[in-house]
Design a protein around this ligand. Structure first.
Ligand code: MSK
Length: 630
């Protein structure tokens, strides 16, 4: 076995700089330059004190002008902005979930989309009280999908998945009026509350932010995850590779980017088609390589072992290699910059969703009914573009790491079951994990999630925090671009166990796992919610008592704020490395960093010093252990 060495952020930055040199030759723009044009940022926006929800303004709060024209103070303005931000994220994740429900509704035995995990479908149907006996699996799939779609607009009741939670959390949510009702209702109510002349009371606005977040985490996102598993298979551990070196100079390179696996799964399917591979050879290539960026990459990596070319701030890099025949996108986190950038190269920038249409792209409308046809057309377009490549511009950084990914909750239960229980009964629960935590072999867990943000040195916070926590026997579950940062560095290689403290290293050896477990995309943070919920039940404690915290050190999107709200809403303290535009209001900041404990037993910590962020998380985990007496 070759010697194992982590890839450093410095090495990744050097690779990026080399790609920017190619970009300079063809007059390409890049986020690194645009950041310079946009900084320093507007202080009013940055602190959240600018209001433009009506046409009397915009109003900006200063010591000399402490109220807007309507009389709203800074706390109301900051709180409203925060709620709007959350609603944007909850709507986005949940609409992704809705699309997956529709795809499930279109599934058919002879269609492009099939049910790959019927057991999971039956399990969910039973959980939801849907009769399963004697039903054709596709009739059942349609009934479950329809029931899921009704979760968006039902007039009464709470989200069905809420019943997965320990009684204590369910009661707490109902008592404090944060229990999530219909998904569309929570988003619409949030927009109603932030309309001119509605709520300006910080408590009401922050409470609704939690509720809107919870309809995402325990509603739209959870359905997105669960039904993607039903359609495309529940992830199991699988080997893959990560970083730009996964692109292949001899092959047609197709990069999938975005979030919805309905598209990327189909692209992978057709790129594997012998007919398409033969066509690629006819065009002078040796084959077809599909790799991914952002969360759609996580989806296909988890289920198919498709390599991950990079995360959010690496999306322009794949085009800058000069070896990308097509970057195919669906929804979310796609830089509009990819349009003009692709024009500097031979790359086809292919948009596919009516939700994410962009200038300088070729639009091939992707739809569940014509998915196969659409995917074939896209792969063909990429193959035919190989001949347009300019060899003098091709440079793929020789940089990649091995990674084992695919740790769904089901896979974690199965894998960890053998650790402490090998001689006794294998219960198929999280009891072995609880035993490891209670015994202190593992001190606790951190859910590392979220994006890159140029405000933080890209990937540095993710990687350094993970290294620090592993050393202190704190296991990491990761998703989204955080997971990709870990994979690029090598932290998902099982050999990274040597970076762990003695206890965690032993667990990694016994269970044969990497120390950072890849749990999927950003909607898959719902997997983490199910994990803590089950762990609390097994341990006989409340979720908020677990030595577990969430962390998004480089977050940037509205979705991340919605996630943060549902993670604290579920009872898990969450640590952020970027301020969510609330520093302008002492009242809103106090509510988010402390006040929410009265409703959901958890709150945020914002800490921009990455070293301090790590120390604070570890301290919180140890505090929870001490309080539990373990
Ligand atoms: S893709 S939301 S940059 S994690 Fe899910 Fe990455 Fe953040 Fe997008």
């Amino acid at each position: 076995m070759s010697e194992f060495k982590l890839t450093t952020v410095e090495e990744m930055e050097a690779a990026t700089n080399r790609l920017l040199e190619t970009g300079a030759k063809v007059g390409a723009d890049a986020w690194q330059y645009r950041v310079k044009n946009q900084t320093p940022h507007c202080k009013f926006g940055e602190t959240g004190v600018c209001c433009r929800i009506c046409a009397m303004g915009p109003c900006r709060i200063t010591p000399k002008a402490p109220r807007g024209i309507c009389g709203c103070d800074v706390h109301g303005i900051v709180g409203r902005n925060y709620l709007k931000f959350t609603a944007g994220g909850a709507a986005t994740h949940s609409d992704h979930g809705r699309e997956i429900c529709h795809t499930l509704y279109e599934s058919a035995a002879d269609g492009d989309y099939k049910v790959k995990d019927p057991e999971k479908l039956i399990r969910i149907a039973k959980e939801w009280g849907i009769e399963t006996e004697g039903k054709d699996i596709y009739d059942l799939a349609h009934e479950v999908a329809y029931t899921g779609l009704m979760e968006y607009g039902k007039p009464f009741g709470y989200q069905r998945f809420m019943e997965r939670l320990p009684e204590h959390t369910q009661e707490l949510w109902k008592k404090n009026e944060v229990a999530p009702r219909a998904i569309d209702r929570e988003v619409a109510t949030s927009m109603h509350m932030t309309h001119m002349g509605c709520s300006s009371l910080p408590e009401a606005l922050i409470k609704q932010s939690i509720r809107a977040g919870l309809c995402d985490g325990w509603g739209g996102s959870m359905m997105g995850t669960e039904f993607s598993d039903v359609l495309f298979g529940t992830p199991k551990p699988v080997d893959t590779e990560a970083n730009l070196g996964v692109m292949n100079a001899d092959n047609v390179n197709i990069v999938v980017h975005g979030h919805d696996p309905s598209l990327s799964e189909m692209i992978c399917e057709y790129a594997d088609d012998p007919e398409m591979i033969a066509y690629a050879k006819e065009m002078g290539a040796k084959g077809i390589t599909v790799s991914g960026v952002c969360c759609t990459s996580n989806e296909v990596a988890m289920r198919r072992g498709i390599p991950m070319a990079g995360n959010f701030l690496q999306q322009e890099n794949v085009v800058l290699t000069g070896a990308c025949e097509a970057i195919v996108v669906d929804v979310q986190c796609i830089f509009p910059a990819l349009g003009p950038l692709s024009k500097c190269f031979h790359t086809k920038f292919i948009t596919t969703s009516p939700v994410a249409q962009m200038p300088d792209s070729e639009f091939i409308r992707f739809n569940a009914k014509t998915a196969g046809e659409n995917a074939k057309a896209i792969v063909k377009m990429a193959v035919e573009n190989f001949k347009n490549r300019k060899p003098e511009l091709v440079h793929i950084p020789d940089m990649k790491q091995k990674a084992t990914v695919g740790y769904s909750l089901e896979a974690i239960v199965k894998t960890l079951d053998g650790v402490t229980n090998t001689q006794v009964d294998q219960t198929g629960t999280l009891k072995p994990l609880w035993d490891c935590v209670a015994a202190g072999v593992i001190r606790g867990a951190v859910a590392m999630v979220g994006c890159n943000n140029p405000k933080v040195r890209p990937d540095y916070a993710h990687i350094e925090l993970m290294k620090y926590l592993l050393k202190h026997d704190i296991i990491i579950v990761a998703s989204g671009c955080s997971a990709q940062a870990a994979a690029k560095a090598g932290l998902m290689d099982k050999r990274a166990k040597d970076l762990c403290g003695a206890g965690l290293k032993r667990v990694c050896e016994l269970a044969d796992i990497p120390p950072v477990l890849h749990m999927g995309s950003c909607v898959d943070i719902s997997r983490m919610m199910n994990l803590v919920s089950e762990l609390a039940k097994v341990g006989g404690v409340n979720i908020s008592q677990l030595p577990v915290v969430g962390c998004a050190p480089e977050w940037m999107s509205e979705k991340a704020v919605s996630i943060g709200n549902y993670v604290i809403g579920t009872g898990i303290d969450t640590f952020l490395g970027v301020d969510p535009y609330v520093s302008g209001s002492s009242e809103v900041a106090e509510l988010l960093t402390n006040g929410t404990r009265q409703w959901v037993e958890a709150a945020f910590t914002v800490e921009k010093d990455i070293e301090q962020l790590g120390i604070k998380m570890r301290d919180r985990i140890e505090e929870k252990r001490a309080a539990l007496g373990v």
